[in-house]
Each structure stands twice: as structure tokens, then as C-alpha cells.
Design a protein around this ligand. Sequence first.
Ligand code: NDP
Ligand code: 8X3
Length: 253
Amino acid sequence: MEPLNGRTALVTGASAGIGEACAIALSRAGASLVLTGRRRDRLEALAAKLGTPSHVIELDVRSRPEVEAKLSSLPAPFAEVDILVNNAGLGLGLEPAHAASLDDWETMVDTNCKGLLYVTRALLPGMVQRNRGHVVNLGSIAATYPYPGGNVYGATKAFVHQFTENLKADLAGTRVRVTCVEPGMVQTDFSTVRFKGDAERASKVYEGMEPLVAADIADIVLFCVTRPPHVNLNVVEVMPADQGFGPFNVKRR
Ligand code: NDP
Ligand code: 8X3
């Protein structure tokens, strides 16, 4: 394992779930952290727990001007970002496409796709210039395996998958690495957000099975970013042992 001492990692959506767990894991491995998200209080509480230097930025990834302004003016000790974890994202609703909310669709595209692009484009030139860096994108199994109601959420994650691989094409020959981590069910606030705060409905998603937890994904992210510099994990797909695939859904009359 390559140590992360002296490295700086920036995590989007570090205020909860997988992002928070990644920040903790990267800090334990020695990295300094830039913690970003909309909920400053949660980011500050996390910063207070970390054993390495950290810097909090209140950042909504959907705002291109905000991303550009705040990421181009990082304070000196955090200015050279080595590891970017593009984690901020969400699923909204499970309605079929003909009944789903167009506003929810826009929010998912604006956050999961456009937000990820803004942050990546802000930090990637510095990585290439220094010939050192790693971009880890949070994809999903929903990118590859369709399910009812996954319409736009799955499509945004397919975008993340393909963008990651196209980045790999552009970065070949540099020492800037890129990885898409694609989890199945991870018990976080994800389902509560998807069901607009309905915690009871959200808890039913994980009832009677053992889901992944955020720390499982953070372990994988840490593994990816601590390989020797010539090793690039392109895509890592991970599911709970209790999750699998269903047969095709054939409607019989
Ligand atoms: P959580 O709801 O626990 O965390 C989501 C994080 O994203 C929060 O920190 C939130 O911060 C941040 N976020 C959301 N919108 C924005 C925004 N506009 N600007 C900045 N930050 C934002 O969910 P997870 O930890 O589970 O999800 C993290 C990522 O993992 C997502 O991309 C999700 O799609 C992906 N994923 C999750 C799976 C799961 O089953 N849980 C499985 C596969 C992938 P704040 O509200 O403070 O801004
Ligand atoms: C979240 C996992 O299966 O709910 O990306 O789409 S799933």
C-alpha cells in the first residue's frame, strides 16, 4: 500500500454516508482533506474528528460559478489536490418514467452528471500539470443493470461510468489515474433522500438482508488510491452478498 502522507484529497458530499466514510479512511491513511458539501455543520463536525489537517468548503456541486470560484481559490496547503472523490449524488423517486417528476430528473442530472463534470474540470488540469493524481467517481450498479423506476438515476450513473472510461482514454500515459466504483445496496441516507424523507419506507429497502455499509465502499476507494502508481483500477463493481440478479420481467396475458 502506498502511504498517503503529504497527499491532499478532496471529497464531494463528505457530509454523510459514503463521502464521510471515504474522508475518514483517507485521513487515517495520512491524507489531508478538503471536505465539501452543502451542510457546513456536518462538515465541521467531521473535520473536528479527523487526525490530519482538513479544510471545509460549503459547496453545491450544481453551481458551476460556485465550483469554479471555490476550487480555484483553495488555501495554499490544500491547493494541490492529489485525490478527488466525486461522491456527491442522489437518486430521487422510483416512479415509472411516465409518472416521474421532471424536476427530480433535472436535479439528478445536475448533481450526478453536471456537478461531477464541474468539479473534475476544475481540478484535473492541476493533476495533469503535476503528472500526479487520482479521480475516483461514485457510479452504481444501476448504470449497468436496469430496474423499474431506476430510469434517470441509472442513466446518470451510466454517464459516470462512460465518462470515467473516456477520462482513462484521455489520461493514458500520464500518472493521473481514474476509477469508477460501482456499488449495489449501501445503507446510508440514500433511500431516505430518494423517498423524500420517508425513513420508514427507506428502512424497508434494507429489511431482512445485510446491505453494504459506507465503510465497505471507503475501504475499496482506499485500496484503489493506494496501489503503486503504474496500477489503474478502471471499474470496481461491488454488491452485498445478499443482493443478486432477477430474471427478465416477462408480462404474460
Ligand atoms: P447520502 O445521501 O448518505 O450522501 C449523499 C452526499 O451527497 C451527501 O453528503 C450530500 O451532502 C451530497 N450531495 C447531494 N447533493 C449535493 C449537491 N448538490 N452538492 C454537494 N453535495 C451534494 O448517500 P450515499 O452516501 O449513499 O451516496 C453517495 C454516492 O454514492 C452518490 O453518488 C450515490 O449515487 C452513490 N451510490 C450510493 C449507493 C447506495 O446504495 N447508498 C449505491 C451506489 C452508489 P449535502 O446534502 O450536505 O450537500
Ligand atoms: C444505488 C443502488 O440499486 O438503489 O446506486 O440503484 S440502487
